[in-house]
Design a binder for this molecule. Structure first.
Ligand code: IMP
Ligand code: MG
Length: 178
């Protein structure tokens, strides 16, 4: 698996530091607030699982799985594969994802949670890829920023594989030709 990487962008050590730093900020920002952390499956799961263990608050977790389709317009359609099961009305929602690219999917999830009357909605992402934006959005919590390249590992997949890599990296050209 690791052999398929052309380069490592974020090491295990760096990921650990990111998790601790972001978890500390979240813990401070959500003291005395009812926090619901919602992971976006499947990519956001590893980051979410590492984060929650370092946040010493009585938080609630849930997961959502969505797919979005865009027919040439920015007005896409959100298809739910799995909805959340907790009631987020009057709760402080923190969405956890692996990477924010175009931010179109994310925007639709935020709009949905707004309709469900969440008190606040923020986003926490391991990686930010600002060069991919189709809709302007700046997540409050960003682990680190990546350039305009396709990355895998620690939740991120290529053809459903490489999610279990302990690092984030770029695949060798030859992998795409297989
Ligand atoms: P978007 O921000 O609506 O474009 O959606 C971002 C989603 O696309 C992420 O949650 C990933 O599942 C996927 N994605 C975007 N960029 C990458 C990448 O470089 N590697 C793997 N998945 C990616
Ligand atoms: Mg994703």
């Amino acid at each position: 698996m690791l052999r398929d990487l052309a380069k490592v962008l974020v090491t295990e050590e760096e990921i650990k530091k990111i998790v601790t730093k972001v978890a500390t900020r979240i813990e401070n920002d959500y003291k005395d607030k009812e926090l619901v952390m919602i992971g976006i499956l499947k990519g956001g799961a590893p980051f979410m699982m590492d984060l929650i263990k370092q946040i010493n608050l009585p938080l609630v977790i849930d997961f959502i799985r969505v797919e979005s389709y865009f027919g040439g317009t920015t007005q896409g359609e959100l298809i739910f594969r799995k909805d959340i099961e907790v009631d987020i009305a009057n709760k402080h929602v923190l969405i956890v994802d692996d990477i924010i690219d175009s931010s179109r999917t994310l925007k639709m999830v935020i709009d949905l949670f707004k309709k469900r009357n969440a008190s606040s909605i923020e986003v926490c992402t391991l990686l930010d890829k600002p060069s991919g934006r189709k809709i302007e959005y700046t997540p409050k919590y960003i682990g680190t920023t990546v350039g305009n390249e396709f990355v895998v590992g620690y939740g991120l997949d290529y053809d459903e594989k490489y999610r279990n890599l302990p690092v984030v990296g770029v695949l060798k050209e030859e992998v795409y030709k297989k």
